[in-house]
Write a protein that binds this ligand. Structure first.
Ligand SMILES: Cc1cc2nc3c(=O)[nH]c(=O)nc-3n(C[C@H](O)[C@H](O)[C@H](O)COP(=O)(O)OP(=O)(O)OC[C@H]3O[C@@H](n4cnc5c(N)ncnc54)[C@H](O)[C@@H]3O)c2cc1C
Length: 303
């Protein structure tokens, strides 16, 4: 098989994720333009090579055996942040907290919610990431989605957003996004960001290797009563460990890599958490974290 120039082989992925586990990708590239993205996607389609995208790897769990396909990480122009009047034009690989900080500096309001989401703009669109302080879909004007056939523009209404979901499919990559923001006093937006950062620090563990929320809150979760974190806590999972993986003492829905965790440890821990919550409350928790590569589904969902 012909492999495009600049594509690396056997590239380690663990260090591209915030939880720091998992094996290598067979192929790896850092595209810096939409043209290059389309070229690589076309190649992957022609040769039936699977495609994975890594943003900040902040909601990603990579199989210990790695990924039999090409992983792309957006770079250069595809990770830039530029202002155009009251718009912020971001590459899919731009970091969302950086975009929020840039908007604040430039006196633009609407991206405050992104300050605590340690992902990229593309990852946030794919995951419909949201947090206290605003909604992604309210600020988003359009995205450029790259496919093997070329790049198309989609409006938020065409992205099929629901809780932590969008309709972005495999072999579709969010290359750029435009946020339409509102002029505001820079000092006041900066104060909001500082306030949101400190509130988050009180509520969640910081400085640990984790991928944020492990499971989605069950449907109909009304407030704290039935959030995934509360269910895991009441089922005795706070602090529970398998190998090097542990449910955080501070937030039971966060898994922490305490040092030498493998993805298998994390999956076994998640499986045990799911089993306990199902037995105790009859609720089937669904993972929020995205899996890349072949993993043992029985570890997670039982035999
Ligand atoms: C401490 C902590 C706190 C968090 N808090 C929040 C929170 O408050 N709210 C929230 O919603 N999430 C939160 N998260 C989860 C995570 O940050 C978000 O889901 C984020 O949007 C993931 O972006 P990413 O770039 O890291 O994506 P990754 O983890 O790299 O990837 C996630 C998925 O998106 C896909 N993807 C990534 N980039 C692209 C792209 N350009 N085009 C198409 N698909 C792409 C990947 O293939 C994968 O399927 C938190 C995580 C951590 C570690």
């Amino acid at each position: 098989m012909r492999v495009p120039a600049g594509v690396e082989r056997d590239h380690p992925l663990a260090r591209l994720t915030t939880v720091r586990t998992g094996g290598p990708a067979d192929y790896f590239a850092r595209p810096t333009s939409e043209e290059r993205l389309v070229e690589l996607l076309g190649w992957s389609e022609e040769f039936g090579v699977e495609v994975g995208v890594v943003g900040s790897g902040s909601n990603l769990l990579v199989a210990d055996d790695g990924f039999r396909g090409i992983v792309m990480k957006l770079d250069g122009q595809l990770a830039s942040i530029e202002r155009e009047g009251t718009r912020l034009l971001c590459g899919g690989g731009a970091r969302l907290p950086q975009a929020s900080a840039r908007a604040a500096r430039d006196g633009l309001s609407g991206l405050e919610f992104g300050v605590n989401i340690p992902g990229t703009v593309g990852g946030a669109v794919k995951m419909n990431a949201n947090a206290y302080g605003g909604e992604l879909r309210d600020a988003l004007e359009w995205v450029h989605v790259a496919t093997p056939a070329g790049v198309g523009r989609r409006a938020p209404a065409e992205l099929g957003f629901s809780y932590r979901r969008s309709n972005i499919r495999p072999r579709e990559i969010v290359a750029r996004a435009s946020f339409s923001l509102t002029p505001a006093d820079p000092e006041s937006v900066k104060r909001t960001l500082a306030d949101m950062r400190s509130r988050r620090k009180d509520a969640q563990p910081s400085g640990i290797k984790t991928f944020g929320s492990t499971f989605k809150n069950p449907e109909g979760a009304d407030g704290e009563g039935r959030s995934a974190g509360t269910l895991l806590d009441r089922a005795g999972c706070r602090g529970l460990a398998v190998g090097g993986a542990r449910f955080s003492e501070k937030h039971a829905n966060f898994v922490e890599n305490t040092g030498e965790a493998s993805t298998a440890d994390i999956l076994a821990l998640m499986g045990e958490g799911r089993r306990r919550v199902r037995e105790r409350f009859g609720v089937a928790l669904e993972p929020e974290v995205q899996l890349l590569g072949e993993v043992d589904a029985a570890a997670l969902y039982g035999p």
